[in-house]
Ligand binder design. Structure first.
Ligand SMILES: Nc1ncnc2c1ncn2[C@@H]1O[C@H](COP(=O)(O)OP(=O)(O)OP(=O)(O)O)[C@@H](O)[C@H]1O
Ligand SMILES: [Mg+2]
Length: 258
């Protein structure tokens, strides 16, 4: 069975990309066939795995933009990596135009679904890294996903904007995708020395009682460094706190309901 998870929060810099990239690597090393889809024109997820991509020589190669707007077959876009269980659909900066170009297209919310429907069965996990907005790109992810993973950064105003996000999820459930569920809320960049981190954790667990992951992602310098080397944390510093945190999150999801 395939599980499609969208990484969503319209707030910027909360850990969507870091979580998508490192969980994708985590699922892959535990031998789950995984597809990482970069749906953000910032292309951060693509940069985060740049050094492990196979056979992608330059930035002119096809990307999510060509798949959504030019109807290029996804099979020509899927890129293999040094991890045999991990494939990637890279993004490119021209995806920024897709937000507007999609508006005039038929079934504009289902472009991603229609493009990927034929290949998802090949994977156990499809992880979609979304941009920090609730525009059409994110709607495409929501219309296609089985569930959403919402990272929340331990900082002031952490919960701000969440009611708008939950309202969007409800609208999608009603109109575009009945099966959409909340996979979980993930506390990120936790610093045990700070009271603020503890307060945010309490607040999140109170608000999302049974939806908050047990696993917490701590603030870890190595997690911030790894994208600079174009590698997931597991291939950069496997013994780091960040690597251990993301592996326990993967484990938590894999053992759920068992
Ligand atoms: N646990 C962590 N410890 C330290 N640094 C982190 C951690 N998680 C993320 N970062 C860093 O914080 C910044 C924001 O993280 P990230 O890019 O994952 O957020 P995002 O939600 O994808 O941002 P955007 O909304 O712009 O797409 C990045 O520089 C990343 O390397
Ligand atoms: Mg991002």
């Amino acid at each position: 069975m395939t599980k499609i998870i969208g990484f969503v929060n319209q707030k910027g810099g909360v850990g969507k990309t870091t979580s998508a990239v490192n969980m994708a690597a985590g699922f892959a090393v535990t031998e789950n066939r995984t597809l990482l889809v970069d749906l953000d024109p910032q292309t951060n997820a693509t940069s985060g795995v740049e050094n492990i991509l196979k056979g992608r020589k330059n930035n002119s190669a096809y990307s999510t933009y060509d798949m959504l707007i030019n109807n290029i077959s996804v099979k020509d876009i899927i890129t293999k990596t040094k991890l045999s269980f991990l494939d990637v659909i890279p993004s490119s900066h021209d995806l920024v135009g897709a937000e507007i170009e999609l508006v005039g297209l038929m079934a504009r919310e289902y472009k991603l679904k229609n493009a990927l429907d034929g290949v998802v069965d090949h994977y156990e996990f499809v992880l979609i890294d979304c941009p920090p907005s609730l525009g059409l790109l994110t709607l495409n992810a929501l219309a296609f996903s089985d569930s959403v993973l919402i990272p929340i950064q331990c900082e002031y105003y952490a919960l701000e904007g969440l009611s708008q996000l939950l309202q969007t999820i409800r609208l999608v459930q009603r109109n575009l995708n009945k099966k959409l569920d909340i996979e979980g809320v993930l506390i990120t960049m936790y610093d045990r020395r700070l009271n603020l981190s503890k307060q945010v954790e309490e607040e999140v667990r109170r608000y999302f009682t049974d939806k908050t992951f047990k696993t917490i992602i701590h603030r870890n310098v190595r997690l911030g460094e790894a994208p600079g080397f174009g590698k997931p944390i597991l291939l950069y510093e496997a013994n780091s706190r960040g690597a251990r945190d993301y592996l326990s999150l993967v484990e938590e999801i894999l053992t759920r309901g068992k």
